[in-house]
Write a protein that binds this ligand. Structure first.
Ligand SMILES: NC(=O)c1ccc[n+]([C@@H]2O[C@H](COP(=O)([O-])OP(=O)(O)OC[C@H]3O[C@@H](n4cnc5c(N)ncnc54)[C@H](O)[C@@H]3O)[C@@H](O)[C@H]2O)c1
Length: 364
């Protein structure tokens, strides 16, 4: 088992990563002086697999446990579901010191995190991520939210967990497509800041996709440590954290235009490849580095090409890029690579170049 500390003054917390962790969570929480009631919030895929082992672990450590299950899926990240969870927390006589454990992927993490942040103005939150994406990204950093109408993550709060416990064994039951989705964020982080780790991924991606526990543990530890470091320097995402948006400017646009039928990880993979082409056109990134990134993306089971789009949808993609959240002084800011492991913020990308790289527009 490996331990990582997120340094945030009095909001600091620890991340533990390893195998066979679920059985030990109750004991660890007692060691951290938690006691009393514990509410596990999970979804209809994860609950049947892991809620009982977590429940037993907590009950053995003398917690009084309630399990609340919501249907699986992004649609549950809503005020309505949050409302029904508040009712159930009230029915279980949840107190200010009672724990909320988010057992699941990023959807459960964001939803349960939002509920924990707001119920009684905040009850202690423990993240128990069960997808690769949640282990390397969403469970660390304290961003919690629900969606509202068409707007994703629009209602939320920064609310740090007290503890993050990532049990690698849970990845064995994760659908392969979800493993690939998480891997997009892993590749992104290596590409923006660590050439050595990128080389590790080149050598080990096949093993990781074959669920080799040691390799997966190393990947999760490395990524959680990066995320912890970045969050420690920039808790509320005002500066540094922007470089985590590599692949996301175009990725988000494609994801939105597909009406979220294209999964986030898949869209980010396409985004990284297209943004590398842009960096290449600006004379920043060597073709050989772009090819290496594309190869790792392919081995991770992610798409390397934008799907065929109608002209109308292509226009919508460009429009969405123009309204990216990183726009400053009317200029879209891209995170571009100068080399593998070296990302910079650039506002030199003209809209014409985006149309040309993505759709071959304006070429003679
Ligand atoms: N808070 C943040 O910083 C942050 C960062 C990135 C993404 N997110 C959010 O995360 C969400 C996506 O998270 P996700 O990709 O983990 O999706 P998810 O939570 O929907 O999980 C994917 C699917 O896998 C199932 N599942 C989860 N763990 C499993 C396991 N061990 N075995 C079998 N099935 C399992 C789930 O039930 C679901 O069907 C989005 O809502 C996104 O907005 C948040």
């Amino acid at each position: 088992m490996k331990k990582i500390k997120v340094e945030l003054g009095e909001n600091s917390y620890e991340i533990r990563v390893g195998s066979g962790m679920m059985e030990r969570i109750g004991l660890w929480l007692r060691e951290k002086d938690f006691s009393g009631k514990a509410v596990i919030i999970t979804d209809s895929n994860v609950g049947p697999l892991y809620a009982s082992v977590l429940e037993r672990s907590l009950a053995n450590a003398s917690f009084k446990v309630t399990v609340l299950e919501v249907p699986a899926g992004e649609e549950q990240k809503s005020l309505e579901t949050a409302g029904s969870l508040y009712n159930k927390l009230a029915a279980a006589y949840t107190e200010r010191t009672s724990l909320v454990l988010a057992l699941g992927g990023g959807v459960v993490g964001d939803l349960a995190g939002f509920v924990a942040a707001t119920y009684m103005r905040g009850v202690p939150l423990i993240q128990v991520p069960t997808t690769l994406l949640a282990m390397v990204d969403s469970s660390v950093g304290g961003k919690t939210a629900v969606d509202h109408g068409q707007l994703k993550n629009i209602i939320g709060a920064f609310y740090q967990p007290k503890f993050v416990i990532a049990d690698i064994d849970t990845l064995k039951t994760l659908p392969r497509e979800e493993l690939s989705n998480g891997m997009a964020e892993v590749i992104k982080l290596a590409a923006i800041r660590d050439r050595g780790f990128f080389e590790f991924l080149e050598k080990n991606m096949e093993q990781a996709m074959a669920l080799h526990a040691g390799t997966l543990e190393e990947i999760v530890v490395k990524n959680a440590a990066y995320k912890a470091e970045i969050v420690g320097k920039d808790e509320k995402e005002s500066g540094q954290r922007i470089i985590l948006n590599y692949g996301h400017t175009i990725g988000h646009a494609i994801e939105a235009v597909s009406n979220f039928k294209i999964k986030h990880g898949q869209a980010v993979a396409m985004g990284m490849i297209e943004e590398n082409k842009i960096a290449g056109r600006l004379g920043m990134l060597r073709e050989s580095d772009a090819e290496r990134i594309e190869e790792v993306i392919k081995i991770a089971g992610l798409p390397t090409k934008i799907p065929n789009l109608s002209t109308e949808d292509k226009e919508k993609v460009l429009e969405a890029v123009k309204h990216d959240k990183k726009v400053l002084n009317d200029r879209v800011r891209f995170i571009l690579l100068k080399a593998i492991g070296n990302a910079v913020i650039s506002d030199r990308v003209e809209p014409e170049l985006i149309g040309e790289v993505l759709f071959g527009w304006g070429k003679t």
